[in-house]
Each structure stands twice: as C-alpha cells, then as structure tokens.
Design a protein around this ligand. Structure first.
Ligand code: CUA
Length: 339
C-alpha cells in the first residue's frame, strides 16, 4: 500500500518540476523569433534538446525531493547508513543506453539541419559581405556596394563573407546563424528569409575600438519591393557619369565611412571617429587647406589626430583600397558638404 502512495507522490513531484521548467522555458523569450528557414531548423533542434532537458530534470528532481522528505533524519534517529548496494547490471544498461540514444538522436538531428542549412538551391541570390573596421558592406550582382543588406523574402541567398583587415563575425540574431569574416578566406552562409522586417546586423568578434558600433541593418522585403529597389539601384549605378555629389556619396557608403563618422549630408551618425560635419574646424586646427586636409586624413589618418581621439583606430588601408579618381570624388564630396 505504502509502495503505491510513494509512486503517486514521485509522479506528482515530477509533474510539478516539469511544469516549473516549462514555464521558465516558454514564458521568457530566450531566443528571437526565427526569420528564416535555416533559423527555424536551428530553433527545432534547440527545442528538441530543451524538451529532453525538461524530462531529465523532472526524472532527477522527483526522487531527489521525494528522498529529502521521506528519508529525512527523524528526531532521536541515530541509526547507521543502510547496507551499501552495488552492481545492478540491468540498471547500468538502462542508464548507459538512454543517454546514448539521446546524444545520438541529437547528433543526427543536428547533422540533418546542418546539411539542409548549407543547401542554396540551384539559383541563389549571391551577395558578398565585407567586414572592415568598423562597418559591413554588401556587394550585389550589379557590382554595386551598399551599407544596408536588402533581401527578398522566400528566396535562397548565398552570402560570401570576407574581411579587408582583421577577424570579424557576421550575425543577424533573428537568422540565428553566425559566420566569421576572415581576411583571405571567403566563408559562406545560406539564408532563406521567411519574414519581412528590419533586423540588426552585428559584429560578434572583438575587432578593435569600434567593435561594439560595427552594426548595420538587414531589410527583408517582399519580392516586389526588392525588385523595385534593385532595378532602381542598378539603373542609378549604370547612369552615365553620375554627378559629383552622388558619386562621392557612393564612395562614402561603399567604404563604410558612415559606420564611424557623423556626416549630415550622408545621413551618417557614426560615433567612433571625428564628426565630419566639423571638417572645416578641424582643417583650421591642423593649419591645412580643407581638401588637402581631408585627403591626408583618409590616406594617412594618423598624421593628424583630432582632439579627443586616438591613433590607430581608423584603418590606414583606404589609400590603397580606394582608386585615385574615387578618392578625389570622396574628398570633393566631403569638402563641399562640410559645414
Ligand atoms: Cu568587427 Cu567586431
């Protein structure tokens, strides 16, 4: 009789423990809601492991709490421990077999998800993601580079991720996947967005002083909106000899200047480097003509450091990576829009 009662109590504690775990798991939004097919699969593996944990927690908590209560030391009970028990082949087989099955099933589920998440289909949209201190830029099949990642919903996208300087890591929380950006070693990520919206792009590898500000945004758009943007952007890029301002702004955006600098004309609000709206003041402080000062600041940024800033933060590679004519367009654009 006593046997049946204790089994009932055990079951009751197990259910109560499971309920506590379920509330903790579901009531708190631990993970962002997935916005791609790949994220959905990763989410599935997460919840699969979560449910195994809930069951194991309940199975361990029940005998633990039951024993604490039922076998606690009673007043004036000075008896010794019970006789030691060891060697129970059946029990040992069970507690080896169950974890083996759990771990194997997790490995199989993860392997299937990894394999599926690597498949980009036959005609993915190919975009190159470039990390550099301290900005992300995105190059599309029209060979143009933009500071914002725009993706059509429900289409396979294959990102090729590279870095111009140090290690960075590309992450959009709602898409779950993370991928390192390694100089000289292109890495890849397949994304199939399922939800339109505006999501943050974050660098998750400590890459220097501006690391925490190395952010961009990903706009997941309907196919129609995306097509409209893409054809407009492509037309603008192939328009004959764009005016000085447009060309300069394009160079400004393509090189990620907006990630670090504030510049009203370009709607840039970066805070890592000096405010470019104050270029005239800075040039006066450095006793140099405006255009020459701007060019020097881009090509050899450590030659003059604005008060309150440090050497070695701005990359010194722009002199090599921006071709001469584009550099001139950029200098002209900055000079003519500086206040
Ligand atoms: Cu790039 Cu951190």
């Amino acid at each position: 009789m006593r046997h049946r009662a204790s089994f009932f109590q055990l079951a009751l504690i197990a259910v109560a423990s499971a309920v506590v775990m379920i509330v903790v798991a579901y009531a708190i939004p631990w993970l962002p809601y997935p916005a791609s097919r790949e994220a959905g699969r990763i989410n599935f593996v997460y919840w699969y492991a979560e449910w195994i944990s809930i069951v194991i927690f309940a199975a361990v908590a029940a005998p633990l709490f039951y024993s604490l209560w039922a076998f606690r030391v009673k007043r004036d009970d000075f008896s010794e421990d019970g006789p030691p028990i060891h060697g129970h082949t059946g029990l040992e087989i069970v507690w080896t077999a169950i974890p083996f099955l759990i771990v194997t099933s997790l490995a199989v589920a993860s392997a299937i998800v990894l394999a599926k998440n690597g498949r980009a289909g036959t005609d993915p949209l190919q975009i190159t993601v470039t990390g550099q201190q301290f900005a992300w830029t995105f190059t599309y099949p029209n060979k143009q580079t933009y500071p914002v990642l725009r993706l059509p919903v429900d289409r396979h996208v294959r990102l090729t991720i590279t870095s111009k300087d140090v290690l960075h890591s590309f992450w959009i929380p709602e898409l779950y996947q993370k991928q390192d950006a390694v100089p000289g070693l292109p890495t890849h990520l397949v994304i199939t967005p399922t939800r339109t919206g505006d999501y943050p792009v974050i660098c998750v590898e400590l890459c220097g002083l501006g690391h925490s500000l190395m952010r961009s945004e990903a706009l997941i758009m309907s196919q129609n909106d995306y097509d409209a943007w893409y054809s407009g952007a492509t037309k603008a890029a192939s328009a004959p000899a764009p005016g000085g301002a447009t060309a300069g702004l394009a160079v400004f955006n393509a090189n990620g200047c907006s990630a670090c600098h504030t510049f009203t004309a370009a709607k840039a609000t970066g805070k890592v480097g000096p405010d470019l709206d104050k270029l005239k003041q800075e040039a006066a402080g450095a006793h140099e003509p405006l255009a020459a000062f701007i060019k020097q600041s881009i090509v050899s940024p450590d030659a003059y450091i604005a008060p309150g800033y440090q050497k070695g933060v701005m990359p010194t590679s722009f002199g090599q990576t921006i071709p001469g004519p584009k550099l001139d367009q950029l200098v002209q654009y900055l000079a003519s829009n500086a206040k």
